[in-house]
Write a protein that binds this ligand. Structure first.
Ligand code: ASP
Length: 437
């Protein structure tokens, strides 16, 4: 980690965060202004033309890196652990923490939903029929853990089978003597090259963000301030509470590290998660944040971050907990305590089987509703406001991944505290020299 300070010279230009924030603001202004002059030409050439192309190129560029980065980085990480039993311990701790944070999230959400009662007195007559998919069953998820064809798993971007394949290769490298050492060298070089590419893509992010947000502001306008306001505000409030109270508490209880520093260093990753609404697409940025900014070693982060992007979705759990209470109240259905408890378990299980991609939380919610007997068309009610919540909950999802990574890294003696405590570590600045990873 000798390079962690390369871009921290003060005064060398705007930080990436500031540039992305400016991009976000410019996007909102452009989108809302174009909305005032809405015409077919704007729809076709700008919104579904230029902005869509730039925005999608940006998301594609991030996604392009996910599979190679997870594979290579995890092979390096697992092979550096040395001892397969250490991997088992690491896996146990990580899973326990992921389950704990998701459990707290959904409990908090349901409690808030029951106290504030956002659905009381809602008018449901305008609800359109929603035809939803359901999430895969637990048996399907278990069988799919080991890929019959790792190349297909990579082609389809199935994260868990890729993680398992990479772990097995990594462990075999440690057991394969000289051949293993040579193979590891190749993967480590490749990993450094890919991280460099992550840095390059982050540099152009402000343009991608402007395009994505301009398109969103144009299509969505200010509608979400309408009659679902209480639901939206409640979800957003609990998301914020989880980030500023639950995570800092767990972090300081288990590590004694400064939670303020942790939150400050998450900014860039939040902006990426917010703009893409996908924890999966944000993996490169989350990984870079926990390694270069928070000081977690690649050995730990390469395992916990991709795993978290798939199975740890605290923000999603919060939305689902509140949505369940909201829809039940809106339809005047009284769910029992046992039913709410089963919602807690279902939400945790459902988040394990689904990838961190836009909108997946709503698909999973259909499964939860089916189990407790809530009407599926209730989902149509909240669908309209889900995009903005998706963006916000994705930022929370990756914060949970980063927090757990920090805790696990620290407990394994794999956290470089000089990096963690340096506010400028790993900051990317807009200076003329090419960025390092
Ligand atoms: N978009 C979320 C994520 O990628 C998942 C969801 O809640 O829809 O983490």
């Amino acid at each position: 980690m000798t390079e962690h300070n390369q871009h921290s010279s003060p005064g060398s230009g705007l930080s990436l965060n500031s540039r992305i924030l400016i991009g976000l603001a410019v996007g909102i202004v452009i989108g809302l202004t174009l909305r005032l002059f809405s015409s077919e030409w704007i729809d076709v050439w700008l919104i579904d033309g230029v902005f869509q192309v730039i925005g999608n190129l940006f998301i594609n560029a991030l996604q392009m890196l996910v599979v190679p980065l997870v594979l290579v980085s995890l092979i390096c990480g697992a092979s550096a652990l040395g001892d397969p039993s250490r991997l088992g311990r690491l896996g146990g701790k990580t899973l326990a923490l992921y389950l704990l944070t998701t459990g707290i999230a959904v409990t908090l959400a349901i409690t808030a939903g029951l106290v504030i009662r956002p659905g009381a007195g809602a008018d449901l007559t305008s609800a359109a029929e929603y035809v939803g998919n359901t999430a895969p069953s637990l048996v399907e998820v278990l069988i799919a853990l080991i890929p019959t064809n790792p190349i297909r798993a990579m082609a389809e971007g199935n994260m868990i089978p890729i993680i398992i394949f990479a772990l097995l290769i990594g462990v075999s490298i440690t057991l394969a003597g000289d051949a293993g050492r040579r193979t590891r060298g190749i993967f480590e070089d490749f990993n450094a090259v890919i991280m460099r590419l992550v840095g390059m893509i982050m540099h152009v992010a402000p343009y991608g963000v402007t395009a994505l947000i301009a398109r969103l502001a144009y299509t969505a306008g200010g509608e979400f301030f309408g009659n679902l306001a209480v639901y939206v505000v409640l979800v957003l409030s609990i998301l914020i509470i989880h980030v500023v109270i639950t995570y800092p508490l767990i972090l300081s209880l288990l590590t004694r590290l400064s939670p303020i520093l942790f939150l400050r260093k998450m900014w860039a990753a939040w902006l990426f998660a917010f703009s893409t609404a996908s924890s999966n697409a944000t993996i490169p940025v989350t990984l870079r944040t926990v390694e270069k900014r928070l000081g977690a070693d690649n050995k730990i982060a390469s395992f916990t971050v991709p795993l978290g992007a798939t199975i740890n979705m605290d923000g999603t759990a919060i939305m689902q907990g509140i949505a369940t209470a909201f829809i039940a109240q809106a339809y005047g259905i009284d769910l029992s305590v046992t039913q709410y408890l089963s919602v807690v378990v279902l939400v945790i299980m459902a988040s394990i089987g689904a990838a961190g991609v836009p909108g997946v939380g709503i698909v999973l919610l259909a499964t939860v509703f089916a189990q407790v007997g809530l009407p599926q068309e209730g989902i149509a009610l909240i669908l309209g406001v889900d995009r903005i919540l998706d963006m916000a909950r994705t930022a929370v999802n990756i914060t949970g991944d980063a927090m757990v990574t920090t805790v696990v890294a620290k407990s394994e003696g794999e956290l470089d505290e000089s990096i963690y405590n340096d506010p400028e570590a790993g900051v990317i600045r807009d200076d003329p020299t090419p960025a390092s990873a």
